[in-house]
Design a protein around this ligand. Sequence first.
Ligand code: ADP
Ligand code: MG
Length: 152
Amino acid sequence: MTELILKLQNEDETIAVGQKLARHIQAPLTLYLTGDLGAGKTTLSRGLIQGLGHKGAVKSPTYTLVEPYELNGVEVYHFDLYRLNDPEELEFMGIRDYFNPNSLCIVEWPDKGHGLLPDADLHLHLSYVAPGREIKLEALSEAGKQLLATIK
Ligand code: ADP
Ligand code: MG
């Protein structure tokens, strides 16, 4: 399967999608997260990162661009490229090293890094649909398809 759409009635349901992904996800994998400000990208990332075993808070890497974690031997990188002015900044930060065979990369606002980011395995798009949110999960690789099949 390549596409799945789910209704998310409240914040807990957004977190639950992240937690469910965490149960089945395997590095290497790249996730793109798109949607308007406040749509729930960081909320879902929090469910995923805590689901992978992180005990503390998950802060939005809005100013740092990336927040690194090491969880059960896997490198997890949570990007928020909203404030990226020029995709070339990604070159300066050595973006390629983050996307390696042992890493899981979660990218909010991937369009800001257009041309310099590796392709996604799974693209999650969140939108406002009253009273909550809706998420579209789209698989873009074989690994993405397998992951999507396990969470439906
Ligand atoms: P983004 O990273 O997309 O800018 P955030 O995750 O930081 O968005 O913020 C999303 C806001 O919406 C939070 O206040 C969160 O509590 C709320 N929220 C998340 N999921 C839902 C949902 N399914 N229904 C209603 N509110 C939600
Ligand atoms: Mg965010």
